[in-house]
Design a protein around this ligand. Structure first.
Ligand SMILES: [Zn+2]
Length: 206
């Protein structure tokens, strides 16, 4: 099924533009790194109406940036230092199962508990604001936004980002949330290259 669909897709692309794959295989110079949720309803290229070759993508449950995640850090290193991306986007989405799960007391057992703990930590940092929101959906939506903000801050704490900021004044960091109900992306937090952060996390010998 998927393989048949793939053949049909490739044929349609070639019918549209005979050089489509030739042009794509020659270059990969995306300007964007996308860190998004694994959710099947949030495909980076489709919702931004971009083509293969335009966005370098990493996805995990609830779009987290964890400073011991070798997978994410390798993607970040490659995107920033070899592809020279100008923008890094962390894109969450309303209705995120990972965010919802983190707000319950359910035991999701090993591994998932470990992963979701990071979102519980975001809740704790913003407990006062979040506990003040009576409506459950509104509270979940707000945690989704704050989670994206926190992941942008996690990016800024890495030496990979700080070194690129210092040496090349890029990339800008963008925190977005995608709406499953209307398809619209809402920008919720931004850090321009060179932004000063809590000195505790700033390296001065980059
Ligand atoms: Zn999600």
């Amino acid at each position: 099924m998927l393989l048949d669909d793939n053949k049909a897709w490739a044929a349609a692309k070639v019918a549209e533009d005979p050089d489509f794959f030739k042009n794509l295989s020659d270059i990969q110079t995306p300007e964007f790194l996308w860190i998004g949720c694994s959710d099947s309803r949030v495909p980076a290229n489709e919702i931004t109406n971009t083509q293969p070759g335009e966005i370098f993508v990493h996805r995990n449950v609830a779009n987290l940036v964890i400073n011991t995640d070798v997978n994410l850090l390798s993607v970040l290193d490659y995107a920033v230092n070899y592809l020279n991306v100008k923008h890094v986007i962390v894109c969450g989405h309303y209705g995120c199962g990972g965010i919802k799960a983190s707000m319950t007391k359910d035991d999701y057992k090993q591994v998932l508990n470990m992963w979701l703990r990071n979102i519980k930590d975001v809740y704790r940092l913003h407990r006062e604001e979040l506990d003040g929101i009576a409506d459950e959906e509104a509270r979940t939506d707000r945690l989704t936004e704050l989670n994206v903000q926190e992941q942008i801050m996690n990016l800024s704490k890495t030496s990979i980002i700080q070194r690129a900021w210092k040496k090349e004044n890029r990339p800008d960091l963008h925190g977005w949330v995608y709406g499953l109900k209307d398809g619209i992306i809402k920008p919720v937090f931004e850090m321009k290259a060179g932004t000063h952060i809590d000195p505790l996390y700033e390296y001065d010998d980059l």
